[in-house]
Design a protein around this ligand. Structure first.
Ligand code: GDG
Length: 739
């Protein structure tokens, strides 16, 4: 894996340093947190390794509120990073960061909707702050930059940047969970649309787990209706990929630190204090998502259920101060302190206190010493995007004696499957897990730790970042492949020249999705006057034969194109009608199969609310455009299975899948065969064929190589070209009709 760009630009709410003035000058201090350590480590890697062609310093854009007013701008940069400070006025920041980010998105995305505050001013400030980020970044961006945007504070930024710089490479990574649609839909419609479209401005959207990715894709489908194929989303402008990239840690740094001198010194001190007692350890920021109270209750249940351990085990719970001005946090802190007091009051003896609670932040050496020495790491958040502490704890088990108890609600649980996985609200399960961890045989501990260590040593923070870069590059390649086929000015001019030079031309035009947009019911999709007059004009040219080739029934088509000199092909080729002539059947098929298929389709109409049946002479169609899409996909799958059984016996039947419709018809005809028949012995010098769904693919494959075949919509197709929408296609037809 390699990084294939000239410069990495990070956009994150916080800058990587705190800036301060000292007596002797100016000081910068690294901010704690996974992202800063990750990017710092990457910066070292870029410098040392020849695999990387990144030769410029990383540029980091973040809010400037930590920079003293008179701090000289030339002192902001250091050997790793150039800094792009973004100024957000204090009152806006309060509504943006304190409000929209921490009073709404944080609780909502962590499944605490009751803590979420919905306030229009919050959203306005959120838009404003993202705009301020965008304005600063576009001032410094250069060709070849890779912009990597991080987290829930900047969900709108990818789209804002994309609008200003359509070709730039943008990756977005969300560090917190992406919730299910049932939670996401609690956001007002405008906000959720802005968030989804905002994120889709990126080329690649990354999450910690497969579940979060799936939630996001479902929210995209429900919010925008964009077509999604597995983890690829087709927006009107481009393809966007969404995927899981579980963030890693700098494994060697943590693993290697266990025997550093200052860490050994720390360990000796702690050992003395423990005097042979077992140690259960946890460290978290003060936050309601971390399940701190339930953890204490789980430990209390352990003390109650397993009295033999009383006096032999200590739970050291470190809570790191964070955003103390939030009122839920203050309340929670008081509750934690009183619960600790109650447990200690109930179980302590003169020589033993079961819970050592510390409200402070630890030095790196203290943290490593505690990870290393503890017998049990008790990491039980109620929700956590990933949880790096769990991974760091595993990395620090150099002597293989610790056991990790991990909440199933942490993203890390998807990878650290050899931990004892528990539900954090189940006190009994937690108590049992603590007991099993303390009693676990050395051999079992080794096996579990080894597997987890191998995994996190392998997919570490570098692999994580490089994987992200590689997948973004891949998304760009896929976008390019699509845009090569996209009808651009040059292709339009080729089509026009060929049209002008041809003495005899034929145009095959599908109806729904090609000449008209989709409507709620088929009968409502009526062609508009302007499009009709374009077709009329084309058909009046004696050099032209215009064929409307559709899955529609003959009456509908006849009514739409009444009086026009066009050839109509109905029901995917079953019927054909030349201007001024009668309809004729192109094939002879029996339709006794309908009495077998119809009851099955009716059953599916009952089982899938919103779906309906359309009966045509030669076929039956099950439409699901008005049903809930994911549910309809499930029913579609089942219907296919049921029909496959019938088709096995009636081999001349076939299933056609169009845009949100499944159709059963005889396999003796299709659009391709009918189109090919219309070409026979006619020597057309210009052939154009356009359609928007799978049923049109038979036509694209049956027509000669010189055909200008065009698939409406951005998706893979046998057609030579794609256009984004039916509107673009009609503009092209209008162009030809004017010639
Ligand atoms: C977001 C997501 C996701 C903690 N206390 C001390 C200390 N730490 C360090 C740990 C660890 C980090 O802070 C906390 O890890 P988290 O995983 O909770 O990361 P956050 O940045 O808070 O949260 C989270 C993460 O992003 C990464 O994507 O995992 O789910 O919420 O590295 O070691 N470090 C020191 N003293 C402490 O007292 N030195």
């Amino acid at each position: 894996m390699e990084a294939n760009f000239k410069r990495l630009v990070i956009a994150a709410y916080r800058l990587p340093f705190k800036f301060s003035k000292t007596k002797n000058g100016y000081k910068t201090m690294q901010n704690s947190g996974g992202l800063v350590s990750a990017i710092l480590a990457l910066s070292e890697k870029f410098k040392k390794s020849k695999d990387f062609r990144v030769n410029e310093k990383i540029l980091w854009a973040g809010i400037d509120n930590n920079i003293p007013d008179d701090f000289p701008s030339d002192k902001l940069n250091n050997k790793h990073f150039n800094i792009c400070p973004v100024h957000i006025p204090a009152n806006t920041n309060e509504l943006y960061y304190g409000g929209f980010c921490n009073d709404l998105i944080w609780p909502l995305f962590h499944y605490f909707p009751t803590y979420s505050v919905f306030n229009n001013n919050y959203f306005k400030a959120y838009e404003e702050a993202n705009t301020l980020f965008c304005n600063e970044i576009i001032k410094v961006i250069k060709p070849g930059d890779f912009i990597w945007i991080h987290d829930y504070q900047l969900l709108l930024l990818p789209e804002m940047l994309r609008k200003k710089m359509p070709d730039v490479t943008i990756g977005f990574f969300l560090h917190i969970p992406f919730p299910s649609f049932e939670i996401f839909r609690l956001l007002p419609r405008k906000w959720r649309e802005s968030i989804i479209n905002g994120m889709l401005g990126a080329d690649l959207v990354g999450f910690h787990t497969h579940d979060y990715t799936q939630h996001f894709i479902k929210c995209v489908k429900r919010t925008t209706g964009f077509e999604c194929h597995q983890n690829v989303i087709l927006t009107p402008n481009k393809l966007v990929k969404a995927d899981a990239f579980p963030i890693g840690i700098d494994f060697d740094k943590f693993h290697g630190a266990c025997f550093d001198k200052p860490v050994v010194k720390e360990k000796e001190q702690i050992k003395k204090q423990l005097s042979g007692q077992k140690l259960v350890f946890s460290v978290d920021r003060l936050d309601y998502t971390k399940g701190l109270l339930l953890r204490l209750k789980g430990f209390e249940t352990f003390l109650e259920k397993y009295p033999a351990w009383n006096g032999k085990v200590i739970f050291n719970m470190v809570v790191v101060p964070s955003r103390d001005n939030i009122k839920q946090y203050e309340k929670m802190k008081k509750e934690i302190e009183s619960t600790v007091g109650r447990i200690n009051g109930k179980y302590s003896s003169l020589s033993w206190r079961p819970v050592i609670y510390q409200y402070k932040s630890l030095s790196f050496n203290e943290l490593i010493a505690l990870y290393d020495l503890s017998d049990v790491g008790l990491i039980t958040p109620l929700r956590d995007g990933m949880n790096l502490v769990a991974k760091e704890y595993i990395a620090c088990q150099k002597e293989n004696k610790g056991v990790l108890i991990l909440s199933e609600m942490a993203g890390a649980a998807a990878e650290l499957t050899e931990a004892i996985i528990i539900n954090p609200v189940d006190n009994d399960e937690m108590a049992e897990a603590i007991c099993s961890a303390l009693e676990m045989k050395t051999n079992e501990k080794h096996v579990r730790l080894k597997r987890m260590q191998d995994r996190i040593a392998n997919y570490n923070v570098f692999t994580w970042a490089l994987d992200f870069f590689a997948q973004t590059a891949d998304a760009k390649i896929q976008q390019n492949q699509m845009s090569v086929k996209y009808v651009n000015k040059q292709i339009v001019s080729q089509i026009k020249t060929s049209y002008l030079n041809a003495a005899k031309r034929i145009l095959f035009l599908d109806y729904d999705g090609t000449l008209v947009s989709f409507a709620k019911y088929p009968e409502l999709a009526i062609i508009d006057k302007k499009t009709l007059s374009i077709i009329n004009q084309l058909s009046k040219d004696p050099k032209n034969t215009v064929v409307i080739i559709s899955g529609r029934d003959k009456n509908f088509l006849e009514k739409q194109f009444e009086g026009l000199d066009v050839t109509l092909v109905a029901e995917h080729g079953y019927f054909e009608k030349k201007h001024g002539k009668d309809w004729k059947e192109t094939v002879n098929t029996a339709s006794n199969w309908k009495s077998i298929v119809m009851p099955i389709l009716k059953e599916y109409v009952n089982r899938c609310n919103g779906s309906f049946i359309e009966e045509k002479t030669g076929s039956l169609a099950w439409h699901y455009r008005n049903a809930e899409m994911d549910f309809a996909q499930l029913r579609l799958h089942e219907l296919r299975d049921d029909l496959a059984e019938i088709i096995r016996h009636k081999t001349d039947l076939e299933i056609l899948e169009g845009n949100k419709v499944l159709e059963i018809k005889s396999g003796k005809y299709d659009k391709g065969q009918t189109a090919a028949n219309l070409l026979k012995n006619k020597n057309y010098e210009f052939i154009l064929a356009a359609g928007d769904d799978k049923t049109d693919e038979t036509m694209f494959s049956a027509l000669p190589a010189e055909t200008f075949s065009i698939r409406i919509g951005k998706c893979s197709s046998l057609a030579k070209y794609n256009v984004g929408s039916y509107i673009e296609f009609i503009a092209l037809l209008a162009n030809l009709s004017d010639m």
